[in-house]
Design a protein around this ligand. Structure first.
Ligand code: DC
Length: 289
C-alpha cells in the first residue's frame, strides 16, 4: 500500500497512555526501538515547562503566565545516535531487530535537561503545570506537530483521547498502585536519587488524583484503546504482545521507513524539525520564537 492509500496520516502513530509507573516509558522506548520509530515523550514537555517556569520565576499555579511560556517553550529532543556495541544493554541485545541507541536527550534552550527534569520536585511541578487548561491547549499544537514528523510512539496521558484521537493504534497501560509506586522507587534509587518508599507512594497517589480529576483532558482510557495491566506480567512479555499487535496493525503502512519517510525529508519546516530517513536519528525541536 502506498502513502496515498494509508488509512490515517502519512506516518503511523502509536499512542501509549496510562498512569505513572505503569511501565509506559520502558515499553514506549523499547517498542520504538524495535519498530524503528522515534519516541515522543510528552511528559518531558510538561516537565520542561515546569523547569523553565522555575528558572523564569513563574509560579506553577499561574496558568496564563505558564501558557505564555508554553507557547514559546524552547524544547528540543535528540533521538540518539547509534551507540557502540559495548554500550548495548541486555534488553537491546535481546531485541534482534532493535538498533542500539544512545539515550534520547532533552534540551531546554542550550541546556541538556534529560536528567534534571526527572527529579521529584520537577515531577510535582509537571503535574501542577499540566493541570491548567490553558497550558494544555498551548502545548497541543506542539505535540501534534512533533508527532507528524515521522513514524512515532507517543507516550503521555491524553494522547489517544485528546492529542491524537485518530491514532491508528492506542494502548493504555496500567498496574496496581503498590506495584507502580515500587517501580518508581526502584527507578529513582537506580538513578541515585534519594527516595523514601512511603513518600513515593503518597506523591504518586497525589499525582494520580490530580491527573485523573483535572477538568481538562483527565487521564482516561480511550474507548478504542487496548488495555494492558502490567501488575503481574513482566514488561518483556507486555512488550512482545504489544509488538505483535502493532506489526499486525501497521501492515497498511507496509514499510514505515521506506519511501514514505524519505519523501518528507526536510519538508516539515513549520515545526523546525530536521528529519532524516531514519526517524531514530532525527532531531525534533519546538519552534523557538
Ligand atoms: O509521564 P511523566 O511522569 O513524565 O509526566 C509528567 C507529568 O505531566 C505528569 O504529572 C502527567 C503530566 N502529563 C500530562 O498531563 N499529559 C501528558 N500527555 C503527559 C504528561
Amino acid at each position: 500500500m502506498n502513502s496515498s492509500e494509508a488509512p490515517v496520516g502519512a506516518f503511523p502513530v502509536i499512542a501509549i497512555d496510562g498512569p505513572a509507573g505503569a511501565g509506559k516509558s520502558t515499553v514506549a522506548r523499547q517498542l520504538a526501538r524495535r519498530l524503528g520509530f522515534f519516541l515522543l515523550d510528552t511528559g518531558a514537555i510538561y516537565r520542561c515547562l515546569a523547569l523553565h517556569a522555575q528558572e523564569q520565576g513563574v509560579s506553577w499555579n499561574a496558568g496564563p503566565a505558564l501558557a505564555g511560556l508554553a507557547a514559546e517553550l524552547p524544547i528540543r529532543f535528540s533521538h540518539g545516535a547509534p551507540a557502540p556495541d559495548k554500550d548495548r544493554d541486555g534488553a537491546d541485545a535481546e531485541a534482534a531487530s532493535a538498533p542500539a541507541l544512545a539515550e534520547e536527550q532533552v534540551f531546554l534552550g542550550e541546556q541538556v535537561v534529560t536528567q534534571s527534569i526527572r527529579s521529584p520536585e520537577i515531577s510535582l511541578g509537571a503535574s501542577q503545570v499540566s493541570a491548567h487548561p490553558e497550558v494544555r491547549s498551548a502545548l497541543l499544537g506542539l505535540q501534534r506537530r512533533l508527532a507528524a514528523t515521522g513514524p512515532c510512539v507517543v507516550e503521555g496521558r491524553d494522547i489517544g483521547t485528546v492529542v491524537l484521537p485518530a491514532a491508528p493504534i492506542k494502548l493504555f497501560l496500567t498496574a496496581s498502585a503498590v506495584v507502580r509506586a515500587q517501580r518508581r522507587f526502584d527507578e529513582l534509587s537506580a538513578r541515585g536519587v534519594a527516595a523514601d518508599r512511603g513518600a513515593t507512594l503518597r506523591e504518586q497517589e497525589e499525582r494520580d488524583r490530580r491527573d485523573a480529576t483535572r477538568a481538562t483532558a483527565p487521564l482516561r482510557q480511550a474507548d478504542d484503546a487496548i488495555l494492558f495491566d502490567t501488575s503481574e506480567l513482566g514488561l518483556d512479555q507486555v512488550l512482545d504482545q504489544i509488538e505483535a499487535i502493532c506489526r499486525q496493525r501497521l501492515k497498511p503502512w507496509a514499510s514505515p521507513l521506506g519511501t514514505d519517510a524519505k519523501d518528507t525529508t526536510g519538508t516539515t519546516g513549520t515545526t523546525g524539525t530536521t528529519a532524516t530517513n531514519d526517524p531514530l536519528q532525527s532531531e525534533s525541536s519546538a519552534p523557538v520564537a
